[in-house]
Design a protein around this ligand. Structure first.
Ligand code: TYM
Length: 327
C-alpha cells in the first residue's frame, strides 16, 4: 500500500484543523503501511501566495511542522511538490480527460465565484494538479480532512477517464482516508478552521497568540450555572484533546450547568500547549539546522522522482506521446 498526502504552504504554522484532520494521521500511517509520501504543495500555494520569499518561508515551515509532528524521513518520503516538475506534465495529460462541468462543480471554485472574486485559471485547474499529485505516484490511500473529499473523488474520476480513453491501466484509482472524529475541525468562529477565514489556532504560534485565539473562541452568553450545548464549537475543540471517558464527563457537566466557558477555555489552552510541547522542542531542533532540513527534502525528491518517472512514462506511452515505444 502506498500512502500519499500534501499540505499547502500558506502560513508560518499549520493549525489544529491541519493537525487533527490530516497530519496526525500521516504520522500514525507511516508505521502502518510500508510506503508513505508527504509533500509540501508549493505549486498549489501559487493561487494565493504571490511573494517568492514568503512562499519559501512557508514551505520551510511546513517541512518543520511535518518533522516536529513526527514524520520521519527514514519511514516517509518528504518532499517539495515543485522539485518534481513531472507533475505539471501529468496535469496537462489529465486536463484533456477532465470535463469543464466537473471543475465548475468544485467547491473552492464555486465559493470564489460566489464571492465575486477574480478567479484565475490556476484556481480553476487546482483539482487537476491535485489529481496529478496523487496519480503520479500510484498512491492507493490519501489521508485528508473532509474538505478534500471532493478532490479525491474527482481524482478517481480523472484516473478512470484516462485509463478508459487510452484503454490502459496506467493510473491507479486511489481511496480517501478520512478520520471521522476530526473530519472538520471548527475554527474560533465556529466555521471550518481555515487560514482563509482567519479563525485558526496555530500549532506553533507563541503562547500569547495561542492564548488570544483560544480565549476568542465563540460561545453564547449563558452564565456559569446554565446548562450548555455540548455540541458547541468550544466543546468540539476541547474534545480533540480528551479521551472518550473525559468527553463523556464533559458533555454531562456541560448539560448539568455549573461550568463557565472561561474555565473550559483555560483548560483547553493548557491542553493545547501541553499537547504540542514536545513537538515544539523537536521543531526548534530542526529549525536550528536548515541544511539538514533541505537535505531531507532533496533526498525525498530524488526518491519521489524515481517513483514518478515510470508512471509518467506509462501514461505517455499509452497516449502515444514522445519517441519511446516506437519500433
Ligand atoms: P490544505 O493545505 O488546505 O490542508 C492540509 C490538510 O489539512 C486538512 N484540513 C482540515 N481537516 C479538518 N478540519 C479542518 N478545519 C481542516 N483544515 C484543513 C485538509 O483536509 C488537508 O488534508 N489541496 C490540499 C493540498 C494538496 C493535497 C494534494 C492533499 C495538494 N495536493 C494531494 C492530498 C493529496 C490542501 O489545500 O490542503
Amino acid at each position: 500500500m502506498r500512502v500519499l498526502s500534501g499540505t499547502k504552504p500558506t502560513g508560518d504554522s499549520l493549525h489544529l484543523g491541519n493537525y487533527f484532520g490530516a497530519l496526525r494521521q500521516f504520522v500514525s500511517l507511516q508505521d502502518k503501511y510500508d510506503e508513505s509520501l508527504y509533500f509540501i504543495a508549493d505549486y498549489h500555494s501559487m493561487t494565493t501566495v504571490r511573494d517568492a520569499a514568503l512562499r519559501r518561508r512557508y514551505t520551510t515551515n511546513v517541512a518543520l511542522d511535518y518533522l516536529a509532528a513526527g514524520l520521519d524521513p527514514e519511514r516517509a518520503i518528504l518532499f517539495r511538490q515543485s522539485d518534481i516538475p513531472e507533475v505539471c506534465e501529468l496535469t496537462w495529460l489529465l486536463t484533456s480527460v477532465t470535463p469543464m462541468g466537473m471543475l465548475e462543480r468544485a467547491h473552492a471554485y464555486k465559493a470564489a465565484m460566489d464571492k465575486g472574486e477574480n478567479v484565475d485559471h490556476g484556481l480553476f485547474t487546482y483539482p487537476v494538479l491535485m489529481a496529478a499529485d496523487i496519480l503520479l505516484y500510484h498512491a492507493d490511500l490519501v489521508p485528508v480532512g473532509q474538505d478534500q473529499k471532493q478532490h479525491i473523488e474527482m481524482t478517481r474520476d480523472m484516473a478512470q477517464r484516462f485509463n478508459h480513453a487510452y484503454d490502459c491501466e496506467a493510473l491507479v484509482i486511489p481511496e480517501p482516508y478520512i478520520m471521522k472524529d476530526a473530519a472538520v475541525v471548527p475554527g474560533t468562529d465556529g466555521q471550518k478552521m481555515s487560514k482563509s477565514y482567519g479563525n485558526t489556532i496555530a500549532m506553533f504560534a507563541s503562547e500569547k497568540q495561542i492564548k488570544k485565539a483560544v480565549m476568542g473562541v465563540v460561545t453564547d452568553s449563558k452564565g456559569v450555572d446554565e446548562p450548555k450545548d455540548p455540541s458547541a464549537p468550544i466543546f468540539d475543540l476541547w474534545n480533540l484533546f480528551a479521551d472518550a471517558k473525559e468527553r463523556e464527563e464533559m458533555a454531562q457537566r456541560a448539560q448539568a450547568g455549573g461550568l463557565g466557558y472561561g474555565d473550559i477555555k483555560k483548560d483547553l489552552l493548557a491542553r493545547v500547549l501541553d499537547h504540542f510541547a514536545s513537538m515544539r522542542e523537536r521543531r526548534a531542533h530542526f529549525e536550528a539546522r536548515p541544511d539538514d532540513v533541505e537535505a531531507i527534502l532533496r533526498a525525498g525528491a530524488e526518491k519521489a522522482r524515481a517513483m514518478a518517472a515510470p508512471v509518467l512514462e506509462g501514461c505517455r506511452l499509452a497516449a502515444g506521446l514522445g519517441v519511446n515505444g516506437l519500433a
